[in-house]
Write a protein that binds this ligand. Structure first.
Ligand SMILES: [Zn+2]
Length: 444
């Protein structure tokens, strides 16, 4: 066992800073905009005309939860194609219902709905709070404001073992309607409340706006404990939302670190709603990426069919978490494809096309790793277990371009507190930066 290099530690720490600033997809987009602005990127809006210049750095957002940023190459984009990396900004968890507040048995509680596929038991007995965004009227105009209550005001309390004697043998079974609503406060038994105003008052206090200016909100449960480095030799990162903020951070950092003007146009996208199927305006199945591709590929003095010609030269790396081998459940992993944390990027394969990787895209990604002396691992799910999917196949279908599905190895995917390797961050960033900077990926 050895300690971690300075580069590995600082990339890991920067990943933690990114995650700790991003309790929800809204906040992840806010933090990403801030970092892009600091690196000289200009914000564009989809409803405006765009004047894109060679070497220019731009970004645009949709629904406040999806973002596309790109660095224009020195060559026209239709001539080189676009180098795209995609990741998702959302994580599984819980959303507060519109008339969420209610009282029961002397408690104030919030009704919640499950978002995606969280490991629900991991959310019990933790110091929880709420964050999201609030729509506020300002002289008749509606404005969105982010909100983040940092105090632990909520708890999903487990039943004591004395009232649930078989829980350790039979597992914790939670009915999503009945057993997971968190407690928020104590009330007088039988006290009636106005559900809307309870939540509006919390938000009004937090945002310092009058309650009657609050029109609507989108709120989710968050864990108040910040992520941190752990393990005997600092080899682990313990945090929520590693899936998929680790890859959002890696692609963003790679884009920011491009040190010379790239020949090809480099682009990153953070899509929302991957955890619920991607079929939304800000999700991977939306036309968002296609619209931006079209505007970039047809910018300047472009010839006929610049869009299609540019697509034919484009390539996508879809980056998302990969399942590290679990020492207590070794048999849950294919024997030949057990991947390790801090073992380098993982290429994910699936004959059922749950991942979009093929022979060509594997060859391109493996070569990038070799170029920068970073080890590479291969993952395949057990054949007799249903495999998860990513935005890789959706992007391949949407744009018709080659895609490789990759990620870094992690444990406890979809837990409120996941684990990944501290050193993997620096290795992934190095490979993604090489992807952006390499002059030719393959001979067309
Ligand atoms: Zn994911």
């Amino acid at each position: 066992m050895s300690g971690l290099s300075k580069d590995s530690m600082s990339a890991g720490q920067d990943l933690l800073d990114f995650i700790n600033a991003s309790p929800t997809a809204y906040h992840a987009v806010i933090e990403t905009r801030k970092r892009l602005k600091d690196s000289g990127y200009t914000e564009l809006h989809e409803h405006d005309e765009w004047q894109l210049e060679a070497g220019g750095k731009y970004y645009t957002t949709r629904s406040d939860t999806a973002l596309i940023a790109w660095h224009m190459g020195t060559q026209p984009a239709w001539e080189t194609g676009i180098r795209l990396i995609s990741a998702h900004s959302d994580s599984p968890g819980f959303r507060i219902k519109p008339n969420g507040a209610y009282t029961q048995a002397g408690y104030l509680q919030f009704g919640i709905e499950v978002y995606g596929g969280p490991l629900i038991a991991s959310w019990t007995d933790r110091d929880l709070s709420i964050a999201g965004r609030v729509l506020v009227t300002n002289d008749g105009l509606i404005q969105a404001q982010p909100v983040w209550v940092r105090r632990p005001i909520l708890r999903i309390a487990q039943l004591a073992i004395h009232l649930n004697r078989k829980v350790n043998e039979e597992g914790l079974v939670l009915n999503q309607q009945q057993h997971i609503p968190p407690i928020v406060a104590l009330t007088d038994t039988g006290e009636t409340i106005d559900s809307q105003s309870v939540i509006d008052n919390i938000l009004s206090e937090e945002l310092q706006v009058e309650p009657d200016r609050i029109v609507s909100w989108e709120l989710e449960l968050i864990d108040t404990q910040p992520g941190q480095v752990g393990g005997l030799n600092n080899e682990f990162i313990f945090s929520g939302r590693i899936d998929n903020l680790a890859m959002c951070h890696a692609q963003l950092t790679a884009l920011q670190q491009i040190d010379k003007r790239p020949v090809a146009t480099s682009m990153m996208v953070m899509f929302d709603n991957e955890e619920v199927g991607s079929n939304t305006a800000a999700g991977g199945a939306s036309p968002f990426i296609r619209h931006v591709f079209q505007r970039v590929l047809e910018s300047g003095q472009s010839p006929s069919h610049a869009f299609q010609r540019g697509l034919a030269r484009s390539f996508c790396i879809s980056a998302d978490g990969a399942h590290a081998v679990h020492p207590n459940y070794v048999d849950y992993h294919d024997k030949q494809h057990r991947v390790q944390m801090n073992g380098g990027p993982v290429i994910k394969h699936s004959a059922r096309e749950r991942y979009a990787t093929d022979g060509d895209s594997t060859a391109i990604f493996k070569t990038l790793c070799k170029d920068v002396s970073v080890p590479v691992q291969h993952y395949i799910h057990r054949t007799d277990l249903p495999c998860g999917s990513t935005i890789g196949p959706i992007t391949a279908t949407n744009l018709g371009i080659p895609v490789v599905d990759v990620g870094t190895a992690m444990l406890s995917m979809h837990s409120v507190r996941e684990t990944c390797g501290t050193a993997d961050s620096a290795m992934m960033i190095k490979v993604l930066q090489r992807f952006f900077e390499k002059e030719t990926l393959w001979q067309v």
